[in-house]
Design a protein around this ligand. Structure first.
Ligand SMILES: Cc1cc2nc3c(=O)[nH]c(=O)nc-3n(C[C@H](O)[C@H](O)[C@H](O)COP(=O)(O)O)c2cc1C
Length: 346
């Protein structure tokens, strides 16, 4: 469900212009100190700001320019399709150099290369549309970018918005903008635009451009809260302990770590423990493999919680080295829960 919001407030021209000039100073390339690779221009960013931008590019050593471009390839940005219409003709451009400028008034910056075909029409008409793309638009992005002129609008679903601006019907956000001020810098024009209205569509997943390719955004995986237990061992029921030990030790080649008569044996099994438990194999349940979870927190509290939630948990038994219980799931699979005794308990 899309919704649209319109902003009526006036853009404070002086404030917006000051902000953009300061941003350019701050963003100027600069030398980095330390053990990392440093590539620097000869002049300070502020000194360069006073220079003519075209002279500047001629003074940049090639490696510094390459380093700048390499740094910019690390920047990820949402891909947008900027559109306008002049005398009935639609113009469009793929853009990532778009930035939020202020919320009061709602305003953005769009940096447009002066040689781009949209530059003239947009600067004359002043009204333009920023269509933010989502992950589902990857094919559209590639097609739109590869095409020229009006052919760009032959892909995707476009409708006329305010002032007949071409609006992508399923853009994740559509911003109708009015070019309020422009600052030429180097090869580009920084367009300071008042955002007149916004339409939001469902998809929250932006289509990003980074290092020459497009892709999606995924939040970093947060560490799962400590579960309070770790995999202790995998327990196989065996009917004949000596025969089972001989099989896993001599045939499979596992290292025997522990043996308790004919009742238990434990093998090192790829970093975990394969335990053999002697069972009288006269019922179906005895044939099931179990998993042993070593509980690092309060075993009683865990058992209490599991029992109250309706799980089947046997009473805790206290052995020579540990306290154990068995959790049985609704399908009859059993998990052994055990907590080693502390020194004082043992
Ligand atoms: C992912 C991507 C992002 C781009 N971002 C910008 C941008 O922010 N500003 C710009 O002037 N050009 C940008 N370009 C380049 C323009 O899309 C392209 O130069 C422009 O459409 C000129 O083509 P035309 O003159 O054939 O219309 C970008 C291109 C791509 C592929």
């Amino acid at each position: 469900m899309a919704f649209r919001m319109a902003f009526g407030s006036e853009l404070t021209r002086q404030h917006a212009a000051t902000t953009i000039i300061e941003s350019c100073i701050e963003l100027g390339p600069h030398a980095q100190r330390g053990s990392i690779t440093t590539v620097s221009w000869q002049k300070s960013p502020r000194a360069r700001m006073n220079d003519d931008a075209s002279k500047l590019s001629a003074q940049q050593p090639g490696d510094a320019r390459a380093a700048f471009l390499a740094a910019m390839r690390k920047v990820a940005a949402t891909i947008s399709l900027v559109t306008t219409r002049e005398n009935g003709s639609a113009h469009g451009m793929t853009a990532t150099a778009i930035s939020s400028l202020s919320a009061d008034p709602p305003a953005i910056l769009v940096c447009i290369k002066r040689s781009a075909s949209i530059h003239g029409p947009l600067c004359r008409v002043k009204w333009f549309c920023v269509n933010l793309l989502g992950e589902q638009h990857e094919a559209l992005f590639k097609e739109f970018t590869a095409r020229q002129g009006a052919g760009r609008f032959a892909v995707g679903e476009w409708a006329d918005g305010p002032n007949r601006l071409p609006c992508l019907t399923d853009a994740t956000a559509t911003l109708i903008c009015y070019l309020d001020q422009q600052v030429d810098y180097g090869t580009h024009t920084i367009c300071i635009a008042r955002v007149d209205s916004v339409t939001l569509a469902g998809s929250p997943r932006p289509l990003l451009y980074q290092d020459g390719g497009s892709g999606g955004f995924a939040p970093l995986r947060r560490d799962a809260p400590a579960p309070g237990w770790t995999l202790g061992n995998i327990i196989y029921p065996v009917g004949d302990m000596p025969r089972a030990i001989a099989f896993y030790r001599d045939v499979v080649g596992l290292k025997l770590k522990f043996q308790d008569g004919n009742e238990w044996a434990a093998f090192d099994f790829l970093g975990t423990t394969l335990a053999l438990e002697h069972r009288v194999m006269d019922d179906e349940a005895a044939h099931r493999i179990k998993v042993g979870l070593k509980v690092s927190h309060d075993l009683e509290a865990l058992v209490d919680k599991l029992s109250r939630s309706g799980a089947t948990v046997a009473p805790i038994r206290r052995g020579a080295h540990e306290r154990t219980t068995t959790l049985t799931d609704p399908d009859g699979n059993r998990t052994m829960l055990y907590a080693p005794l502390s020194r004082s308990e043992a």
